[in-house]
Design a protein around this ligand. Structure first.
Ligand code: ATP
Ligand code: MG
Length: 574
């Protein structure tokens, strides 16, 4: 290699150092004190397969896989499938697809149900050691006896069953001798504990339900608290990261691992991510899907990863967003513009530019030579010289945007109006001379002249032309459907509704606008589903992966060029 050759790595600027988040600080301290001995940093991402992943999960994915990557450790994908009635293989598959799409590969792929035999044996072990008992009260009775934070709970009348009796009942629970709800297995702790969760929590319940993996083998299923920590422990998870609502479960997590004398995984909690103008729980997203309020889990308005992907989001943008919002210990709501900005930044660098007119207004150039078609050079991406240029056909009949014309313009309007000269991007300067209307007075056509000396859009004598408009040649245009999306909900916090009012009343009735006859430059006809473009002056658009046909893509607007929502709110006096 000659010394004149550039060294690519030398040109790449070093990533700006950000300070360590609190979990990285814990990991670094553990590494410094050699807390885990020969064990590498082991994390896991543990979704319950009861819905599709959303952008909140992406944060957990980036955190768990990111930590393993950064510290030379491992991260498993583990399905937390202990609740047979809500889980499904459809979700198992979509979750794997989505984790890969975000950009990570798991080391081990596991299911909590892989460990059902072991978990059952651990149930027996606790019984043997006098640490668990079978309670034959109903769920309501048990709940009533739990007490409050100021009042101790009441002991179950079954609390002092003998080991033999407990073992016999637990085995018969497993054998299917009892109906749902007849008995539960409970830990024997202390009904006066200040932590309510520690007042003899339920460990196993009877549920005669078909499981998506274990079929009908089991009719008893472990509770989250009797499964999660043990699964972590079996997989030698060193840092088990979950969201803050599990903070109160940590003592029980530790208790289980300690009493069972197994690998001492540690649980750490971080704040759930919320985003403005959307909801983020699978339960609520499922409500939208089931109620046909959206077209499916992958509706481009959904905050699901498959919805964002279909909308035109890139994994790079999602990862940059997750990195930017950081990891905190207090709950917060992130402004939607942060997510949108991450996409704008990514697509600004990478998306080819094209000309498209969403609401076409016909322009006839009265001095254009009949039948002539020009082939004009258009830059593909001003941010990326290597993207090159392309040819765009130009002729005597064009479309421009209806919004770019006003018959009687206000002072600040510099776009097309009678007598005004504007530049057509990459093309010519044109002047509007005549407005043609139909019988009911609607503007149907503008008659303009072009300046042949202005080819390329240059002003030949340096005369001032303020506006540059996008356009499409009418006879070459590709007519197609374009969907414009707006926020799913009208208010920043859809959960902020008066008591008794359904959060769904906050849904934005204008979250989808379908434009059936947008006109696109012809080069876009061959766009592969999923490919992304900047429609100049309009925003970033993605060829829909579901409805596009070969030679005929349908487009979704992924994001506008700027945050138009904030501007509109301000204008409305909001
Ligand atoms: P949901 O309430 O949306 O159903 P969940 O917490 O029940 O979410 P799980 O499938 O149990 O969903 O989540 C898998 C992992 O992703 C968990 O570790 C969970 O803490 C994390 N997670 C879920 N939602 C968020 C969020 N909004 N922000 C950060 N992490 C999240
Ligand atoms: Mg859950």
């Amino acid at each position: 290699m000659s010394s004149a050759e550039p060294n690519p790595s030398a040109d790449t600027p070093a990533k700006p150092e950000r300070s360590l988040n609190f979990i990285e600080q814990i990991v670094e301290e553990d590494l410094r004190t050699n807390r885990w001995g020969e064990h590498v940093v082991q994390t896991r991402f543990p979704p319950e397969p009861n819905g599709y992943l959303h952008i909140g999960h992406a944060k957990s994915i980036c955190l768990n896989f990111g930590l393993a990557k950064k510290y030379g450790g491992k991260c498993n994908l583990r399905f937390d499938d202990t609740n047979p009635t809500t889980e499904d293989t459809e979700y198992v598959e979509s979750i794997q697809e989505d984790v890969r799409w975000v950009g990570f590969n798991w080391d081990g792929l596991y299911y909590a149900s892989d460990y059902f035999d072991q978990l059952y044996l651990w149930g027996e072990q606790l019984i043997h050691e006098g640490l668990a008992y079978v309670d034959s009260q109903s769920a309501e009775e048990i709940a009533k006896q739990r007490g409050t934070s100021s009042e101790p709970g009441v002991a179950s009348p079954f609390r002092n069953r003998t080991v033999a009796e407990n073992l016999d009942l637990f085995r018969r629970m497993k054998a299917g001798e009892f109906p749902d709800g007849a008995h539960v297995l409970r830990a024997k702790l202390d009904m006066a504990e200040t932590h309510l969760i520690m007042r003899d929590p339920v460990l196993y319940r009877i549920r005669h339900a078909h499981h998506h993996r274990t079929g009908d083998k089991w009719c008893i299923y472990p509770m989250y608290d009797f499964a999660h920590g043990q699964c972590d422990s079996i997989e030698k998870v060193t840092h088990s990261i979950c969201t803050l609502e599990f903070e109160t479960h940590r003592r029980l997590y530790d208790w289980c691992l300690e009493k069972l004398r197994i690998f001492p995984s540690r649980q750490y909690e971080f704040a759930r991510m919320n985003l403005t103008y959307t909801v983020m729980s699978k339960r609520r997203l499922l409500e939208l899907v089931k109620g046909n309020l959206v077209s499916g889990w992958d509706d481009p308005r959904m905050p699901t990863l498959c919805g964002l992907r279909r909308r035109g989001y890139t994994p790079e943008a999602i990862r940059a967003f997750c990195e930017r919002i950081g990891v905190a210990r207090f709950n917060s709501t992130i402004e939607m513009v942060w997510l949108e900005d991450a996409l704008r930044e990514d697509l600004n660098r990478r998306a080819p530019r094209v000309l498209a007119v969403l609401k076409p207004l016909k322009v006839v150039l009265t001095n254009w030579p009949a039948g002539q078609v020009d082939s004009l050079d258009a830059v593909n991406n001003p941010e990326d010289e290597s993207a090159g240029s392309r040819k765009v056909p130009f002729s005597g009949t064009l479309y421009v945007e209806q919004d770019d014309f006003m018959e009687t313009p206000p002072k600040q309007f510099f776009r097309l109006s009678p007598g005004r000269e504007v530049r057509l991007r990459y093309a010519y300067l044109i002047t509007c001379n005549e407005v043609v209307k139909d019988a009911s007075g609607n503007i149907i056509e503008l008659r303009c002249t072009y300046d042949p000396a202005s080819r390329g859009g240059n002003s030949p004598d340096g005369r001032k032309v303020k506006s540059t408009l996008h356009w499409v040649s009418a006879e070459h245009a590709l007519p197609t459907e374009v969907r414009l999306y707006d926020h799913l909900c009208r208010q920043p916090d859809p959960n902020d509704v008066p008591e008794g009012v359904d959060w769904k009343t906050t849904l934005n009735p204008n979250s989808l606008e379908v434009i059936s006859n947008a006109m696109l430059e012809p080069s876009v006809a061959s766009a592969a589903p999923g490919s992304k473009f900047q429609f100049e002056r309009l925003g970033y658009f993605c060829a829909d992966t579901v409805d596009s046909q070969p030679g005929h893509p349908v487009f979704n607007r992924a994001v506008t060029l700027r945050d138009s929502w904030a501007k509109a709110q301000k204008k409305d006096g909001g």
